[in-house]
Design a protein around this ligand. Sequence first.
Ligand SMILES: Nc1ncnc2c1ncn2[C@@H]1O[C@H](COP(=O)(O)OP(=O)(O)OP(=O)(O)O)[C@@H](O)[C@H]1O
Ligand SMILES: [Mg+2]
Ligand SMILES: [Zn+2]
Length: 293
Amino acid sequence: MASGAHRDATPFPPDGKNPDEQRPDRSAPGVPKPCALCGGSGLRVIVREDGAQFAAECSCQIARKAELRLRRARIPARYAHCELENFETRFHGADGTLTKALTAARHIADSFRVEQDGRGLLLTGGIGVGKTHLAVGLLRALIEQKGAVGLFCDYRELLKEIQHSYNPQVAATELGILRPIFEAEVLVLDELGAVRPTDWVWDTVAHVLNTRYNHQRVTIITTNYPNDPPALATNDAGEHSPRKAAARAAREETLGDRIGERMRSRLQQMCIPVWMQGRDFRQRVSSGFSVGF
Ligand SMILES: Nc1ncnc2c1ncn2[C@@H]1O[C@H](COP(=O)(O)OP(=O)(O)OP(=O)(O)O)[C@@H](O)[C@H]1O
Ligand SMILES: [Mg+2]
Ligand SMILES: [Zn+2]
């Protein structure tokens, strides 16, 4: 046997141990058994009806690669359980907007790379209505079922990364550091608008979003701010309006206030806007609410 000949010719290492004895015992509990379909080679022979044979990647390899892509997507542990399948829409008192949001997410998953022009989702709504759950569920579906390369990114973390990417020696941002965020086929940007960046940091955020838009890459955004224009402190003729400024100060801020109208309107083209409302799911769970299917 070739392997036997090889073994005979291989001297034992200085510690005198037989290298074969150091290999994992595949029959031991906890050690994965080789795949029953391909014997661990990763390839399967497919025989066509006309008798022609060809090698194809085994399903165990496809699953292994999906797992690797999932790990690289940097989904926070808190959201590791989130899938489209376990996003509930039929509990007692569930708002109809949850079903609409889930349908929009499923549509993006189903039409990915087919009829889709790279449109993502813009999920807006109050605290705990399930925006991040749905965004992660969609990201996960695209990674596992469509072979996408994706990334989860918290907006505050992105701002920090942009700040760190500033190189004082050349007085410019090293965009290479942000490459994964520019290039990920699917990006979840969680909590857009949660903090206000400085002008140059915001310019970089806008550059990231514009680049992704121009390349038709899918961006899934969540935000707590209502998807409305800013209440500008000017009247319709462009003059300063104390009345509007006062109204703005008195009410809740909008997404337009937080990211500017130009970017907000760009997001309507990049994404399907979906408004989600309802009770804070965290309180529902902690108060022991039952799920009424
Ligand atoms: N419809 C739902 N079905 C199942 N789990 C849900 C649903 N909505 C929310 N959850 C769960 O409730 C928790 C809070 O949801 P999530 O973080 O997605 O809310 P959010 O809208 O992003 O809130 P925030 O505005 O605070 O960011 C998560 O653990 C999530 O898995
Ligand atoms: Mg969230
Ligand atoms: Zn296999």
